[in-house]
Design a protein around this ligand. Sequence first.
Ligand code: PLP
Length: 442
Amino acid sequence: MDHSPQLANELDLSAYWLPFTANRQFKATPRLFAAAEGVWYTGVDGRRVLDGSAGMWCVNAGHGRPEITRAVEQQLARLDYAPAFQMAHPLEFELATRLAAMAPTGLDRIFFTNSGSESVDTALKIALAYHRARGEGHRTRLIGRERAYHGVGFGGMSVGGMVANRRTFGPMLPGVDHLPHTHDLQRNAFAKGQPDHGAELADGLERIIGTHGDTIAAVIVEPVSGSAGVLVPPKGYLERLRKICDAHGILLILDEVITGFGRLGAPFAGQYFGVTADLMTTAKGLTNAAIPMGAVFAQRKVHDAIMQGPEHVIELFHGYTYSGHPAACAAAMATLDIYESEALFERAAGLAPVFEQALHSLRGSPHIVDIRNIGLMGAVELQPREDGPGKRGYEVFLQCLASGLYARTTGDIIAFSPPLTIKEDEISYAAEKLGAALRQVA
Ligand SMILES: Cc1ncc(COP(=O)(O)O)c(C=O)c1O
């Protein structure tokens, strides 16, 4: 069967139900990529489009890496699948050992999943299991944050704080509270890197503790909120949260699904900010998105507390058919090789000031109310139009795409997170295209 790319008008678009997409609008004017190499996509019409978003914050080493393709191909030929429960294969151990070595201090016990959502639900369950194993089974409350995105499982959705992702789906998990978000345009607009104001918002946790006492199991936050539009933590905020958690026996989960694997110019945001989590969730950049995979990193104390009871009894009744899938492990190993041999995390750190300068050069362009950035993540926030929030953002997205730039939008926020392999002139190209788009939309 020929699987070569087809033009949209040659395809039957009716059967496929697209995720997180306005399906009817999309099918009226479909947008299809057919190929990708480096930092460039090629549309089915043959036009080249710069990938300003590393796919969806995940293709950190750039597209079409032959090393990953080869590793996956060879692994599938040798061992396509091994049962994930009560059996294993060598690559899982090798990968876990390697991940443990690059992790923030002490996060050296690794549980494999297949996505960010699964990593989040896994981490929340491990947090509950940890307290229960230590005789503190009354700690069942989970604390998220407003405007957070932790995927779409019932756990992640419940601790998440994006209203559109929640309102359709009923009462969520019981026993969940939310910290206030840290987005403060009045005090922090156009901040470069971490904004100055808002560390005190971490004290929201003290207030929740004031109501719920010692029934809180864990707090989960994204070190930098990604999907909500790149909300950078105020100076001192994460440190304060860590301190409060420590003082009250609460586990801190850092959701590094986006920030993990070099996005900020360090392996993980925990290292960048100097704040170590008890549990860390990852996915995306782990395999350069070539094969779905996620991993939860646990502090040894968390892991060891759960490894108790009779040795023949399963310690944690949790896992997935595809946990540690051989093809995913092979993709991850090849991806880590690339990160290392091309020093891509250091490269991201070196490019961050160039990226910052390019993004902030747009200040003064029409509609902009904020520009913010950290590492190789950045966002431009637009004034919503009176005829509907999100409409201007969507038009800018379309205009950029038409002119050769793909960037993700969330409402009226345009977010950038290019592959860490992007070159300086390609960063300028992205800024120019966005500037031109802003001048063209109403
Ligand atoms: C911080 C964070 N957590 C979890 C997820 C969910 O990941 P996935 O879409 O792989 O389930 C995402 C996805 O963007 C994310 O940004």
